[in-house]
Structures are given as structure tokens and as C-alpha cells.
Ligand binder design. Sequence first.
Ligand SMILES: [Zn+2]
Length: 111
Amino acid sequence: MKCPRCGAWSDVAATRPLFRGFVVQRSRDCANGHRFQTYEIGSAALGTVRARLRDASITAERRALQYRRDAEIARRLERGEQGRHLAAEYGLSTSSVSLINRARIRKSCKP
Ligand SMILES: [Zn+2]
């Protein structure tokens, strides 16, 4: 297998079974000294691995959307918009908006 960093051929340095042997992790070293890992997934475990990857990406996407929303609310609070109006607009409780506001104040107080 070629190194993802430099394209040189690699050798297997170590092999480790994971998840009761359904997944095999290999550490590989290329001719230029780059170490990287590959994972070999048995077909019996493929469905589970796919489901976990899907769940992880859904969670990451949800967090990114929430982060963007909170940043927007913080900017609007900064400009003097009313917390209760923003709460109604975003479908949040006023205490959620207060938490976002407190996080904003904490950040702006940092040196
Ligand atoms: Zn390399």
C-alpha cells in the first residue's frame, strides 16, 4: 500500500485485532519514515461500522449547526437585540439564550 503523505510503498509494522477480530488495525511505515494506520473490516462488522460512522457524522453536523446558531445569537445580542425576541425567533427558551449570552460575556472578558 502507498503512503498517503508521500506515495512511497509501505510495510506493515504491527497488526492488531479490534472488536473481537472483526476489524484488523495495521500500523504501516513507508520508506520515508511516515507511519500511518489502516483498518480492515470484516464483512460481518461492516453494517455496524457504517452505522457508527453515520451516527458520528450526524452528531458532528448537529454540533456544527448549533455552534453556528449560537455564534449568530451571540452576535445579535452584542448588537443589542433582545434575548426574549431571539429566543422566540430561534424556538429556544429564554434561559438557553441567557446561557449563550453568558458564554459570550465570558469569551469577551478573556485577555
Ligand atoms: Zn511516506
